[in-house]
Design a protein around this ligand. Structure first.
Ligand code: S3P
Length: 175
C-alpha cells in the first residue's frame, strides 16, 4: 500500500498550502482535515468550538485519523492539535509518513496576523498565546514526526520542493 503523506505542525505553518501543492505534484488526493470536518458539519471550526465545544471537535478529528490510517495514497493536512492525542499519532503513523513543518512563534504570529479562523487564538495577546501553545506542543510534534522540515525561512514553493526531494530519496520506504 502506498503510504499517506501526513503534514503536522502548528496553526499557520503552511500545512494546507504545502499539502495542496504536493497533492498536485504527486497526483494524489488531498485531504485537509479541518475542511473535511467543516464540510461534514456544515459550519466553521469557530462555530463548532463555540456551539459544540472543543472535545466534540477532537472526537471528529480522532475519527478521521482512524479512517484515513486504513487507506493510504493521500496527502493529508492535519489540524495543529491532532498530535496531542496518542492514538491519533499511532493511527496516522500506521498508514503514513509524518512530516513536521516546523516554524517559529514569530513567523506564525506574522502569518496569522489578520486571521480570525482559529478559535484557540481568540485572545488579547495572540503572539503570547502562540508562544505558549507552541512550547506546550513542541514535544508532541517531535514525538510524532518521521521527518522534520524547517519552514520558517521558506516559501511554500521551497517547502514543497524539499518534501518532494525527501520523498524521492526515500522511495524504498514506499511513500
Ligand atoms: C487547532 C488547529 C486548527 C484547527 C483548530 C484547532 C489546534 O488547524 O484544527 O482550530 O489545536 O492547533 P490548523 O493547524 O489548520 O490551523
Amino acid at each position: 500500500m502506498e503510504k499517506n503523506i501526513v503534514l503536522v505542525g502548528f496553526m499557520g505553518s503552511g500545512k494546507t498550502s504545502v499539502g495542496k501543492r504536493l497533492s498536485v505534484a504527486l497526483k494524489r488526493e488531498f485531504i485537509d482535515m479541518d475542511d473535511f470536518i467543516e464540510k461534514r458539519e456544515g459550519i466553521t471550526i469557530n462555530e463548532i468550538f463555540a456551539q459544540k465545544g472543543e472535545s466534540y471537535f477532537r472526537g471528529l478529528e480522532k475519527e478521521l485519523c482512524k479512517r484515513f490510517a486504513k487507506e493510504g495514497g493521500r496527502v493529508i493536512a492535519t489540524g495543529g492539535g491532532v498530535i496531542k492525542d496518542k492514538e491519533n499519532v499511532e493511527n496516522l503513523k500506521k498508514g503514513g509518513v509524518i512530516f513536521y513543518l516546523k516554524s517559529t512563534p514569530e513567523k506564525i504570529a506574522e502569518n496569522l496576523k489578520y486571521d480570525n479562523t482559529r478559535p484557540l487564538l481568540k485572545t488579547e495577546d495572540k503572539a503570547a498565546k502562540i508562544a505558549e501553545l507552541m512550547a506546550q506542543r513542541e514535544p508532541f510534534y517531535n514525538a510524532a514526526k518521521d521527518i522534520e522540515i524547517d519552514v520558517s525561512d521558506k516559501t511554500v514553493t521551497e517547502s514543497v520542493q524539499l518534501v518532494l526531494e525527501l520523498i524521492n530519496n526515500k522511495k524504498e520506504t514506499e511513500i
